[in-house]
Ligand binder design. Structure first.
Ligand code: HEM
Length: 222
């Protein structure tokens, strides 16, 4: 009875797979940033000790979560194109519409409301697309660094591709430096992403942050 008279209506925007992969990816990125920075500056072991495997354990964790991120990146790309719900794909319509860009930019300046064809606004869609490209690049450079050390199994299989990428990037040192720069892109993205998720929930009075947990958004009844 209470729901019937409530001024808001619920809508399922994110299915279980998208929510699970969102949080797995968040966990992978958190672990990869921490372990990656440690790999680049291994401050815990005194230089004279050689039998302490701190660096080895941290590298192992980096690789495990690295392969998790590679898998999530592939599955997530598949879900975007072939997932049952087309709510993400529909957002692309707004990217092609100058009117939608204007509506989104104006709404960010407190002028009017956000009116979307799918679940993301055009600026949001383009940002997510860009971070997906960076995710792809950090996975490729990570796999190149991996294949450089492991020459059997998967490392061996990737060897040809890894040598080609290394050559194109001007050597292994630039591969490592770019892998490091991409880390900073993720850090900057996460800060803005979390800020915008909270801000847009407050600004547009909808279930912004909660929707990636529960799957549901809510809108004022028309
Ligand atoms: C958000 C994702 C990732 C972040 C933030 C990240 C971060 C980093 C950082 C900061 C470094 C140190 C680079 C330096 O020497 O300055 C590193 C090294 C490395 N990363 Fe990643 N990485 C990510 C994903 C991956 C993936 C997907 C793989 C592949 C499985 C991977 C494999 C490696 C390897 C093999 C190294 C070199 C370890 C060494 O030199 O001993 N990383 N990563």
């Amino acid at each position: 009875m209470a729901t019937q008279s409530a001024p808001y209506q619920r809508e399922l925007v994110f299915g279980a797979a998208i929510r699970i992969f969102h949080w797995l990816r968040a966990l992978a990125i958190l672990v990869l940033v921490i372990t990656g920075f440690y790999i680049s500056w291994p401050f815990l072991v005194a230089p004279e000790s050689s039998d302490v495997l701190v660096q080895g354990y941290i590298r192992a964790a980096h690789q495990i979560f690295g392969f998790l991120l590679v898998s999530i990146t592939l599955v997530r790309a598949y879900l975007f194109f072939f997932g049952k719900s087309d709510i993400e794909r529909r957002s692309f319509k707004d990217v092609l519409s100058p009117k939608s860009w204007l509506t989104q930019l104006k709404s960010y300046l407190w002028m009017g409301h956000l009116d979307k064809a799918g679940v993301y606004g055009p600026l949001q869609f383009v940002t997510y697309f860009a971070i997906s490209v960076v995710a792809f690049l950090i996975c490729v450079t990570g796999l190149v660094l991996y294949a450089n050390v492991y020459h059997q199994g998967l490392g061996g299989m990737l060897g040809g591709m890894a040598n080609w990428v290394t050559m194109m990037m001007g050597g292994l040192a630039p591969v490592r430096i770019w892998h490091h720069y991409f880390t900073w892109v993720f850090i900057i993205f996460v800060v803005i992403h979390v800020y915008m998720a909270v801000w847009s929930g407050i600004r547009f009075k909808h279930n912004s942050v909660d929707s990636i947990v529960s799957g549901y958004d809510y809108h004022k009844k028309k």
